[in-house]
Write a protein that binds this ligand. Sequence first.
Ligand SMILES: [Fe+2]
Length: 280
Amino acid sequence: MIVEPLSEALGAEISGVDWSRVFDQSTIERTKAALLRYHLVCLRSDRLSAAAYANLATFFGEPQLQLLRNARDPIVPVVSVFDSTYKNAEAKPANLQLDRRSGWHTDDSYFAIPAKITLLQALTIPSAGGETRFCNAGAAYEDLDEADKAAFAPLRAVHSYDTARAPARAAARKPEEEADTTDVIHPLIRTHEESGAKAIYFNSNRTDRIVGLSRHESDALLDRIHAHMTQKKYQYHHGWRLGDILMWDNRSVTHSVNMDFPVGEARIHQRILLRGKKPV
Ligand SMILES: [Fe+2]
């Protein structure tokens, strides 16, 4: 088992393990430790069946169902299949910000108890583009000046399934999915249950406003936080290889997709979310 950092900002690659088989406990513990340290690990792998993928995930936490029923695998429902292929030229907007996946986000923050970890495996990839990009929200917190750290400490934010602040609209929901996604409130700065480290908990696609501030004040603050967090120095961009499994910590990184890839070339991933705890 080899662990090698992927960038200055975050991420490590783990190679030398066959992730389709039963693993020894030390492999799992070293992988967990790498995830805690680097916030993102890339497991070099062949493509896994949905069942083998779900089995792998259980070593790192409890897989949970994803909100949108349509995305769930019919046989292994904790696995979701995401097809981001542009089927035709009209499907690819000239302004890629108008595709929701371009927005920086942390998975599931519209839930009171968001998933702690996401696993995403590449099943089919386009010939160019389509990278998934990550920002280290913990490093962005650490670099805040002391006055901002003190000012942000008590703040809480409303996370909505959709917010007019995002340039692109969220996916349509069935009535039962709407019932599952009423607005929730999370701390703006969250503390990691395992490491104790703090990170900015901000989702460009979902964070609607800061509790207690006017819309104008809230927008100004969230715009400033967004600009701070998304500086290049906090980023790692992952160019996918077939079978790569990225496992990231939603408590300490945000992510977005470079939606610039050729029309008609398939881009398909399978995803698993691991149950988390209420952010504090
Ligand atoms: Fe995501």
